[in-house]
Write a protein that binds this ligand. Sequence first.
Ligand code: PHE
Length: 337
Amino acid sequence: MKEKLEQIRREAEERLKAQNVDLEELRIRFLGKKGELTSVLRGMGALTPEERPVIGQMANEVRAYIEKAIAEKGEELKKELLKSKLKKERLDVTMPGNAPKVGKRHPLAKVEMEMWDIFLGMGFDIAEGPEVEYDYYRFQALNIPENHPARDTQDTFYVTPKILLRSQTSPVQARVMEKQKPPIRIISPGRVYRSDEVDATHSPMFHQLEGLVVDKGITMGDLKGTLELFAQKMFGEKTRIRFRPHHFPFTEPSAEVDVSCFVCGGKGCRVCKGEGWIEILGAGMVHPNVLRNCGIDPDVYSGFAFGMGIERIVMCKYGIDDMRLLYENDVRFLEQF
Ligand code: PHE
């Protein structure tokens, strides 16, 4: 019996050395109710009274030994598992991360939002108008009668003889004035369409931002002050503006407005083509006929309006020489803004 116990101990010891021991199986095999140790103990009845306590003690020692060994092995395996997990899941916080690709606003949207900011800061609201417009708002309301030659230069895509894609944002002026009584202070950004061929400076679709102010006592001084502040916020504090006489059917007097070149400051350079000035918009005092057409008494109220191409401002601001780049959506280009 002694030998048998000795053998059980050795066998357990041997088994526990193996890499992938199943500890539960070992426990059942050696210590379980039907285990080897138990069957030895069952045979104790056949021993002499002197032998019994000796073998009993020995059996207890073997049991204690195996229990302890299994527990220790269990701890050891746990530690190893943790170690290998830590090794596998190690995180090197000094490694550069995988930065997620973050999109950006398109330069057109970016500049348009800067414009919103500037004009909202001056107390303007944003008004929207349809891209598909009635002939009435595009022409008659804006003091361009049927058969007027000014229609030709702006001929655009007609949907029906009386409905067309707008070629400028100015019809929004008439829509706003019809609905809203002065004081009016709005900007209206949006797409416009012209039957132009695509080249470096033309596109059949582009964006404009319209401005309109109507109230008692509005003068050209207000127009100048507003546009000067806009130009300085958009192109830099030192920017000056210049009005050149022009003609628009819906404003009187009318002007084209230039900003001093923000690259050379007015001396003349490549960007301004040696002029020192860059044309950015059309403007003027709202024509009395337009006010009248919209139910506003020109003897009581006066107003100014302006309209600018957003593409043009973006191209000036960032020195972009080909408008097509703004529509191609090439990320290598767009990433730069
Ligand atoms: N709508 C004109 C254009 O497209 C610009 C403009 C707007 C001029 C408002 C005067 C007043 O050229």
